[in-house]
Design a binder for this molecule. Sequence first.
Ligand code: NDP
Length: 292
Amino acid sequence: MSDDFERTAGGAVLMDGNRLRDETVARIRGELEAMGSPDVCLATVLVGSDRPSQIYVRMKHRKAEEAGLVSKGVELPETATQAEVEAAVQGLVDDPEVHGILVQLPLPDGLDPEPVLALLPPEKDVDGLTERSMGRLVRGVPGHVPATPSGVMRLLERYGVETSGKRAVVVGRSTLVGLPQVLLLGRKGVDTTVTLAHSRTADLVAVCREADIIVAAAGQARMITAEHVKPGAAVIDVGVSRSEEGIVGDVDFDAVQAVAGAITPMPGGTGPMTIGCLLENTVEAARMLGAV
Ligand code: NDP
């Protein structure tokens, strides 16, 4: 691992997602300016009044604008019907000026996200969540990769974490994070040997202690303790739990940073990079659609 990175009190490299997100935003801005500042548009669909969802969407717009993208927000009330949500998404699918579409999940109770996501063509599916995008990822065909696991890969790369021939454990098997994370870590060129752990995994401590890289995406506050971590391992925290102390990750940061070789903060690690990768996907969407 390179030596000019910021370190925690215990000596672990701090994998700073805010810094890498800012670098990503600046790079995208430079690339768009070099192309004559074409309009590349990210559209978001927000249904209802879930506070964290509102904050995430606002942040995505702010960073999109900093990166030189155009952003468009469609907001629907909590009372919106399935047909209204689908009509709003279809409008964006049909709009040639919109390149990337993000439907903020979860939708309010009573709305089914599946038929909504199914409307998205792979080119505009910048969240990479539809069956077709997932199929492309599995098959190794160009398409959009979900932004959170992509962001994890960027952090590993940026902070000099070796992957080839290393062992990785992903805790959590959702289609949003865990499953695509396993595929990305096992890809040719990345070449880790990956274990997928979940709530039925026996002896998670022993499984994690084998790993050179741990990606924790279970949504269980501070479940990864120093005991789970092989000295020198890289530990990436994806989990978000809300508590009275604010946002808490899946990793017990204070204890783990004393053992790990590299660690992400929470907040300030994977969250910002999710946005960075979403913006990259949007520029790629414009390329796929022939708009830049
Ligand atoms: P899900 O609830 O869909 O999946 C959680 C997974 O974790 C499941 O596979 C579950 O296992 C597993 N799990 C739960 N408890 C344990 C446990 N005690 N031990 C081992 N495995 C366990 O969540 P998501 O994948 O959608 O999200 C995971 C976390 O990441 C959430 O906290 C979410 O808020 C956060 N998140 C963060 C993002 C970021 O940018 N940082 C972006 C997206 C999500 P099983 O399958 O057996 O039930």
